[in-house]
Every structure is written in structure tokens, then in C-alpha cells.
Design a protein around this ligand. Sequence first.
Ligand code: NAP
Length: 566
Amino acid sequence: MPHVISQACCNDASCVFACPVYCIHPSPDEPDFATAEMLYIDPDACVDCGACVRACPVGAIYPDTALPAEQLPFIEINKSYYPKRPEGVKLPPTSKLAPILPAAEVHKRGRHPLTVAIVGSGPAAMYAADELLTQPGVLVNVFEKLPTPYGLVRAGVAPDHQRTKLVTRLFDEISRRRGFNFFLNVEVGKHLSHADLLDYHHAVLYASGALHDRRLEVDGMDLAGTGTATELVGWYNGHPDFVDLPVDLSHERVVIVGNGNVALDVARILTSDPDKLAGTDIADHALAVLRDSRVQEVVIAARRGPIDSAFTLPELVGLTQTAEVVLDAEDHARVRNDLATVRDDFTRQKLEMLAKLGSVDSATAQPTRPRIRFAYQLTPARVLGENRAAAVEFTVTGTDQVHRIDAGLVLTSIGYHGTPIADLPFDDAAGVVPNEGGRVIDPATGQPVPGAYVSGWIKRGTNGFIGTNKSDSLNTIQALVADYNAGQLSEPIGGPRAVARMVHARQPEVIDAAGWKAIDSAEIARGDAQNRPRVKFTRVPDMLEQVEDYSGVPLLQNLLSALRRN
Ligand code: NAP
């Protein structure tokens, strides 16, 4: 009864280190860790102890006999990572453990304990805080623009992926640790500058992600009825910036350009049964629009062929278990051609899964739910329409042939792109802050910018999964702590109380951990009443209303007493 890692795998590798026989790979020190779509348990070496189950922050690991039916393909997916062995051959147990990456040991120096400002509160930020707080006495102040923390876990992960959101339990636990402080509803670049933060901290670590999506530069992308998948993600997840997005689903077809995992998320939500979504934390405004939707088909259009599909195998498995997914005859032929040439095992499994999909014509005659169609070799040329989008015109990639698909909503899903951070250098082409191992580098001098560090998407670009940020942030924290230990970071001009006073003076509506707890509890209570995980507040004033006395001195006192406790 070996254990199996399923679709929700977050890649944070906690399971790898919990395993007593080192049977989960790739481990963070192995070369393919950075590109792995998930982690895999070797069924022939697993000793079924269940240690990985307890370590996994998102509940993605099951004994094979307890896997939910829709996750059964993951038995084969886990197995296929390992070399084929004769049937029934169990590897002898080993006492080898995964090589533990050394903690960044802080050597106390100076008047103040190591004090770090982290900008952003998503996975990269929280894993960085986690790593810093393994060291006694360290102070971590997390600054977040929104009144609510956890970045893309709250505002990016699809509402029907509640298991993935379980990682917030780990983040909650980190935020309760001694030395941790939230400064929510505070925008760096508006209320505070980089220099302000550096005055009061030894170092400033930016883990602010890549907020904006890449734009498709074709005619017609300014028409009503066009937008980006990431805006739609923000809209259905209740991000305050996207509450008023005009989403019109009163037509039959949606086209999504690009076929990465974000495109799959959006297509799934647009085609899901609203009654099922009603049991999630989807924003109420989105649920109401989805209930009235007249969409019958969502086309996910890629400019290359099936072999180059950007979505991952785990997400394709999940999609095909929950939606009707089809291909037309030409794309079925492309899949067959690609199957004849494919070399890598996981891409083969993707193609085999695509080959089994229904075809456009033989699909369910009277579908109860809208379907999803993958379309390949389509390079977007322009969006057609008078006042609003009516169709997308593509060229068949590599030819002059024109292919038109009618659609009332055209979304591009061609990846996120980092935006410049005030007072830091920026590599516009790559959409990242130039850095070496997380140390920000000034391209003019080739030298590190003193006290400035990055982690997550703004450091490495928009790739990987939630847990990929754990080893990424560890790598940055090792650099930061090495610089601190070497005496290269300037002493803050004041202690923790001075930080709290300075922030409060700049943004009286700053929200601390207790304030977030008030918002969190109110959302969960609203959810309880409807048998949902939570009902989100989607407007900032409504969030602030949950925080007692947010505008006055009591909040400052809260902050100060929290700091005293620390
Ligand atoms: P992505 O995986 O990079 O996919 C981008 C897609 O856009 C590709 O199909 C790409 O095609 C296409 N594209 C780029 N430029 C284009 C252009 N000018 N014209 C037409 N197509 C173009 O991006 P993503 O979907 O935004 O995902 C970002 C990251 O988040 C990924 O690492 C993803 O795995 C992760 N994520 C994971 C999950 C999950 O695990 N559930 C959910 C969401 C996001 P080419 O390949 O031809 O360039």
C-alpha cells in the first residue's frame, strides 16, 4: 500500500525531508527539482509509514487504497518517474535521508537583533519569514498593500482548488511565531519608501510577485469583451482591484489565448457547475454572473502544437476529470503525430491523455455543462468586432492560412510579468529584479545593492508552484544572513517600536495580525452560515470595518503590545 502524491502537490518538499527512506523525488538538491511539475513517491521503496502525509501542508498525499477516484491516475504518474522494475520487486529499505539544506545560522552582532522587512505576503514572503524565524531573536515585519495577506493563495488559486489553499494553515502558524509582525494595508512606494524601510531594518526583502499579466499586442485588444485571464482570476477570487470588472457571459463562446495552467483554471471555472462553485470561497459577484452564463464552449488556443502544451500533466488530469474536454479532427491528428516523436515520459502521458479526448463532433449531443476545446497551431492576429469583441482571427502557425473563431469574450493568458520596484534596478525584458541568489545587483556596477534582496517570481520569473518558493526563499535568506554575519548590513536607526510608530504615522489604517484575524473570522463566520469555507469581503472599506478602531490610537497600542510580547 504505497503512498501517492496527487494533483494538489505544492512542491514545497516538506514530504521529502519527512520521509525516513528518501523515496520522494526530485529533492531540492536534485537538478530536475526546479522544473518538476510535482514530486513523486517511489512505490517500490515507500515503506508506508505515512510521515509524508503529516508533513504535506496541502493534504496532497494518500495511501493508494484511499485515493479519491478522480485522483487514481496519479498512481501511474508517481510510478512513471522511477525506472521500470520487475513486477513485485520491492527495493530494500534504506536509512538514507534527504540531504537537509543547512539553516541560515544568524550570529548576533550590533545593538538590534537581525530585523528584516519583507514586502509582500504571498508564499515567497511567508516561506522567507519561516526560514528567518528558525533563528532565535530575529524580527520579521511583513508589509502588504491589501488588508488581507497570502497573495496569490488568496487571490490566484482557483476557488475549486480548496486543498491547495490549505497552505494558509502553515502561513497562519508562521505568522503567530515570536518575532513576526504584519503591517497590512500599507503600500511600499506610496506610504513608505525603500529608504524608509532600510532605515528601520537591516535588510528589505521584496517578495512582491509579478502582479501584471503580459499583454498581447494585436489589434482589437482594446475592444469591450477583451481582457486577460489573470483579471478574471482576480475577479472570481474577490481581489478588491477587480470587483467591478465588467464580465459579460451572455454569449456562446469564450476564447482564451495561451494554454498554461492559468488558462486551464479559468476555463474550468467558466464551465463548472455554479452549484458546485457555490460551496467554495468564490466571490459572490462572480457566482451570480456564472449562474446566468450562456457560454457553451471555452476554446483554449495555443500557438504551438500539442507536444508543447504549457499546462502541466497534473492539471490536465484534474481538468479531464471535471469537464468535458474535446479536440477537433485536425488537432487529434496533431496529437497522433506528436505521439510518434515524443521522447519524454511525462509529455507522452499528456499526449496519451489528449488522444483519449472526445472529438468536437462526437461530443455529448446535449451537454449539460459547457465544454472546453483545446485548439493548436493558432497564432492570434487580431480581435474582430464593432463595439465589442465578436471573433478572434488567427493564422495557422507557420502558414498564411487564416482561421476565425467567433467569441463574445476574448481573454489572453500568456503569462505574468513583473513590474519595476521603486528605487531598485529592473530587467524589463525578463520582468525580474536583477539578482544573484536573491541579492539585488546593480547592473551599472555589477555590485550588490546594500540591504536589498528578492525572492519568488520577482527574483526568478513566473514559473514553479507555491512550494517552489520554499527552497527559493531559503536560498535568498542564506545570502541575507551571510551578509548580516559578515557585518555588511547597516544597523536600523530604531527598534521595533520605532518601526510601528513610523508606519502608523504614514498609514493610520495599518492592520496588524489581530486586525487580519478579525477579517478572517468574520469571513469564516459568513461562510459557516452558508456551508462554505468563507465568504470573502471584496471591498477594502468592508474589510476595514471588521477591524475595530482601525483609524485610531488603539491599533497603535495593539501593535506596540504585540511587539512587547515579541
Ligand atoms: P505559462 O505557463 O507560461 O503559459 C503561457 C502561455 O501563453 C503558453 O501557452 C505560451 O505559449 C502562451 N503565449 C505566450 N506568449 C504568447 C503570444 N504572444 N501569443 C500567443 N500565445 C502566447 O503561464 P501561466 O499559465 O500564466 O502560468 C504561470 C505559472 O503559474 C506557471 O508556472 C504555472 O504552472 C503556474 N500556475 C500553476 C497553477 C497550478 O498548479 N494549478 C495554476 C496557475 C498557475 P508558448 O508556450 O508557445 O510560449
